[in-house]
Design a protein around this ligand. Structure first.
Ligand code: FES
Ligand SMILES: [Fe+2]
Length: 361
């Protein structure tokens, strides 16, 4: 597997940004043992409903706080107490701030070092996100808005857990600028195409026919955008109006975990059982389309330099845009000065105005 250093993206191994780390359904019951950004982590839901993310290892003797199924702490239901988590080894208890607030066999002053590093955890759209920041600062952009989530005519998604792939995220992000794979891999006949880069957002607008997803020369139009380096949404107009969501998060250097989901507008204001079934089936079609990319990524060698043709999409520009997240924020402006704007591709009409105003919403 290839590393960030080999791609020469920037000095930070893992990019700054919002990243999905779990779907909400995974969190029911017991604390989760996770690994992201080269670190072992623990994610749990406190009894108030609050989600808490912290380093995995107890400061006492480095026990993993979540990865245990046999201690009486776990059996007796004292693993999670209120919004606290208790270590399975000697039962020290830590608050959602990571500070040890009870040691059952010691009534002296709890040592200041008895604390665990915590991270921001936000629940949105049925998923848990964290803000990863090599500079350890506050978020400098927000998660994407998704007003359709609260629109009752949309069938809410359940996530496809796509698992862990030995592929550097750079290879995945290249896809945002990849005009010429759309025909061979996905069966699209692209009639217009463009990319746009601005600030932390990278957009791809394209439309045309499709071998299987539309009939009678209808258009399948997608307006797709990254909000930061790891969260992608796509407005898809085909058989149904839908919002596709893809998240990929670094696990280790050159290894990512990914999820896919689709929010589908049903023909009725409140979806019937049939509408839900149709939405699930449509999500499966979308997942299969994404699996076509996965098939390539899991088997390809790392591409450090694209042998780019003028009629390829703007891979080089997309890579420059992406590099801003692997460098201090202070460098973002200079990086963006090289790539911001709309980039059509030679031989391909740019997006019509309607597509431009539609995405991102
Ligand atoms: S190792 Fe966690 S309480 Fe001892
Ligand atoms: Fe693709």
């Amino acid at each position: 597997m290839a590393t960030t250093a080999e791609y020469k993206i920037g000095p930070f191994t893992y990019p700054r940004g919002w990243f999905m780390i779990a779907d909400s359904d995974e969190l029911e019951g017991k604390p989760l043992a996770l690994r992201f950004f080269g670190k072992d982590l623990v994610l749990y839901r406190g009894e108030s409903g609050r989600v808490v993310l912290m380093d995995a290892y107890c400061p006492h003797m480095k026990t993993h706080l979540a990865a245990n199924s046999s201690s009486y702490v776990v059996h007796d239901g004292s693993h999670i107490e209120g919004d606290n988590i208790r270590c399975p080894y000697h039962a020290w208890r830590f608050g959602p701030d990571g500070i040890c607030n009870e040691i059952p066999y010691f009534d002296g002053r709890i040592p200041a070092a008895a604390r665990i590093k915590t991270y921001r955890a936000e629940e949105r759209y049925g998923a848990i996100f964290t803000w990863h920041d090599p500079e350890e600062r506050e978020p400098d952009y927000d998660l994407p808005a998704l007003p359709q989530w609260d629109d009752p005519s949309y069938v809410r998604w359940t996530f496809d857990r796509l698992g862990v792939m030995k592929c550097h995220p750079q290879e995945i992000v290249d896809n945002i600028a990849d005009l010429t794979h759309l025909g061979p891999v996905h069966g699209s006949t692209v009639e217009y195409y463009e990319n746009e880069f601005r600030a932390h957002v990278a957009v791809q607008r394209q439309g045309g026919g499709h071998r299987t997803l539309v009939t009678n020369n209808a258009m399948l139009e997608t307006g797709t955008w990254y909000t930061g380096p790891g969260v992608l949404m796509s407005r898809v107009t085909g058989l149904f109006e839908a919002m596709m969501f893809i998240a990929h998060t670094p696990v280790d250097d050159g290894v990512v975990k990914a999820w896919h989901a689709l929010l589908v507008k049903s023909p009725s204001d409140s979806p019937t059982e049939e509408d839900v079934a149709a939405a699930r089936a449509y999500q499966e079609t979308s997942r299969l389309a994404f699996a076509q990319d996965f098939d390539i990524w899991t088997n390809k060698a790392p591409c450090f330099n694209v042998l780019q043709l003028p009629t390829d999409g703007p891979f080089g520009k997309a890579r420059i845009w992406y590099s801003q997240f692997y460098r201090p924020r202070s460098e973002a402006e200079a990086i963006l000065a090289r790539v911001e704007g709309i980039h059509p591709v030679r031989g391909m009409p740019p997006a019509p105005e309607a597509a431009r105003t539609a995405v991102p919403a």
